[in-house]
Design a protein around this ligand. Structure first.
Ligand code: HEM
Length: 138
């Protein structure tokens, strides 16, 4: 049975084969969800927001390898986002958008094991974010 890490890498290979960049898709779709405070998101620079997708995927791969980079999330990313006004529902909404984009783009390659791997690692990452988010923005 392949590991979560192997399954996730296989998904990314598939995206590369299909020549699909999920960054703009996630970024644009997130803007249309209820969870996002559009003002917070619109304040962001489009290139940074697309870079953010890459960063989230990279972090999920670290999680899947058992090296969750908690320090980076807790000392840098979450406080930075707290200051921007990013709240807990936005993180949850963001991950949901990312998973649904992956599902749509991967089609048949989004099989049960692949879906489970991505969901498990996003849940783990959200759990760490939840622990470090400022109580006021939770
Ligand atoms: C899921 C976990 C997330 C991670 C790991 C993450 C990571 C990042 C990173 C690395 C940057 C670039 C920071 C820099 O300038 O050096 C960034 C920027 C930003 N993120 Fe996130 N992010 C996450 C979720 C979110 C969510 C849910 C929102 C919702 C609105 C958000 C909004 C922003 C905004 C507005 C910027 C600023 C872009 C700019 O500088 O113009 N992020 N994020």
């Amino acid at each position: 049975m392949p590991s979560d890490y192997q399954l996730m890498l296989a998904s990314l290979d598939k995206l590369a084969d299909q020549n699909v960049d999920i960054a703009p898709l996630v970024s644009q779709q997130f803007m249309t969800t209820d969870s996002v405070d559009l003002q917070v998101y619109a304040d962001g620079n489009a290139l940074q927001l697309e870079y953010m997708v890459t960063k989230v995927v990279e972090m999920l791969l670290f999680f899947a390898q058992g090296n969750p980079r908690q320090t980076e999330l807790s000392y840098y990313d979450v406080p930075f986002h707290d200051d921007l006004g990013v709240t807990w529902p936005m993180y949850e909404g963001y991950m949901q958008v990312m998973l649904s984009v992956l599902q749509n783009v991967l089609g048949d390659a989004w099989d049960e094991n692949t879906a489970r791997a991505w969901h498990k690692q996003t849940d783990a990452m959200l759990k760490v974010i939840r622990q470090h988010i400022q109580p006021l923005s939770a």
